[in-house]
Design a binder for this molecule. Sequence first.
Ligand code: ZN
Ligand code: ZN
Length: 751
Amino acid sequence: MPAIARVEPLTTARALRGPFDYRLPPALAETPVGGLLAVPFAGRELLAVVVERATSSEVPAERLAEPHHAVEPAIPAELVELARWIAAEYCSTVSRALQLVLPPGAGRAVRPRVRARSVLVAEITGGGRAALGARDGASADDAPSGASSAGPRVRLTEGQRALLERLAAAGPLPAAATGMEHGGLRRLAGRDLIVLEAREQRRQPLVHAVGARAAHAPPLTDEQRAALVPILDTLAGAADAGSGDSAARRFLLHGVTGSGKTEVYLQAAAAALAAGDSVLVLVPEIALAPQTVARFQARFGDTVAVLHSQLGQGERYDEWLRLQRGEARIAVGPRSAVFAPLSRLGLVIVDEEHESAYKHEGDPRYDARRVAARRAQQTGAVLVMGSATPRPESVHALQRIRITQRVDGRPLPPVEVLDMRDARHPLHPTTREALGDVRRAGRKAIVLVNRRGWSNFLSCRACGNVWKCPQCDVALVLHQRDGTLACHHCGHGERIPATCTACGSSSVARHGAGTERIETELLEALGDPEFPVLRLDADTARGGKGAVARVLERFDAAGAGVLVGTQMVAKGHDFPDVTLGVVLDADQTLRFPDFRAEERTFALVAQLAGRAGRGGEGSGRVLVQTLSPDAPSIAAAARHDADGFLTGELERRRALSYPPFASLIRVTCSAEQATDATAAAQAVRERISAAGATVLGPAPLFRLRGRERSQLVVKATQRRAAVASVAAAVDAVARTSAGRRVQLSADVDPQ
Ligand SMILES: [Zn+2]
Ligand SMILES: [Zn+2]
């Protein structure tokens, strides 16, 4: 029987749909599912993944082509299955989904660009030890008769003897560290006194450890202990239960900020490891969660592998390999770490599950939270998602475990809502006063501004002209320090105008305040060497590898000061001595036409409130400046009323058929001409036919990067059928002659 591999060639072409059959020659006959092969395809050589094995094909065996060679390492079969699921779930192709699960650096090249790094290592042999021993103790002359088999006396130079002694004492050394020339080492190896061989050397990533705590487990609060019980019980039962009811193994750890969720994760992970299982830990962004990563490393040491994009490719490859070989059994990383090659997965943790960073914006547009849940289900692992501000979707779908108190027993700080409707200055008088108090007391404050740059937009006072991006129909944002107006969508930049380009007037108004302007205001009002003002936003992050971590470290190390920035300042890190938190323009998120606007606004205020008044003596204080003081999300956040907010939000979503009561799929058509984009959207709409699916649109979207856009939104109660119907409609329209002028993309669960 011929050995046949069904393979998916790795290509980005949507039209090409595998799998394709290849006959495996004897040398490759054992290639498993997940094996990578270089195959001849349409006159080229492509990298392909084995997705199935077979013993027969519709094509006669003698007419099947053979792969050229195998490419190491292979992908675990479980990840091949996961990729096929992603392709179907997110309107993509198997080929594109498989590219997510490849080893780092594999790209689509048939020759791997990244390999394990090896160094030449010298190690002493038994013969080498005997040669040393021959002089020190029993030389051949002293040996009792009959022991002449000890062999001839070994002659060594001073240098050779010194090296052998060093190797005997210190163990194997890299050849470069021996201080001996290659020729000399080879001569010793030729006499069997040492072995000289290439061995793998791991490239170890450097992780910034902001405020890492001790390695030992602290005592738990009663609530933490109670939270662990169902998780540990389920972990213990998971082995017996096999792949039973997966809903019973999915938990939402809903704990206020500072309630010690990470310690619950750590103890659950310890239990999974003790049972011989591996653990997957997802965090929204490594740079913003250095403490979580550091705590896992402090507790579990080298069995933790960190996977993220800021690692060099070699480092990432080595971490991947350690997981694949089982040398590391805890994988920690952002959304792409959901594809870590772990076997015997027992526990999946998704920290800060409300963060939209879990959604991938390239094709396939997967949501790592959903993929994590699928992986857990596939392997029978226990799933724990955690947040202080969980999504209504998770509250609806998972078993909720509450932690209502902070570890330190302190109450959440009081929140004051400041009405900005009559304000003339971006900082309310109460805010200015409170910041002055913090400075006088030598404490710290965090100020959240939901917009980077200097001001929101510029307009002409004479004719009303607003400066817009020539590529995208959005207002340009003023960046005073660079002297530019910048587009936050496409990166377009131009000089700040002195006069209006439309009417020539020199009266130009600046509206709104971004991080840069607030930073300047604060520097002028408060800043001095004793009270630094630090800024953290996407512009900081562009400062290169580690720029965000450096700002966080400086703020952590400073005795007092202000951290001003975008939403980044309200994320994972935990600064114990912050006594004041301020949110400026809290309702900015509410002005987006998005069903998640309320959820986002609540999360923003609640997350920042959670950063204040932790640990330091004296109570914390939170100020929320807003133009909509009565908005339900802001009022609920000010009362710390997560349950009330979630109940109301779920009712609203049910009434409007939004997730979790329906799935959303967004189809975007972009083209040079608006008419082409709209026509394509209309054509897709006409082809969507799935029970329980309502299609809204086509509706125009703002022009982006010079392309006109039109979109459809599908609300579906039967998710699988709707996704399949949308995928078929998009593919069909893409193949029409009009469709070739249009770029189509389908986004399931858009954020
Ligand atoms: Zn003008
Ligand atoms: Zn633009």
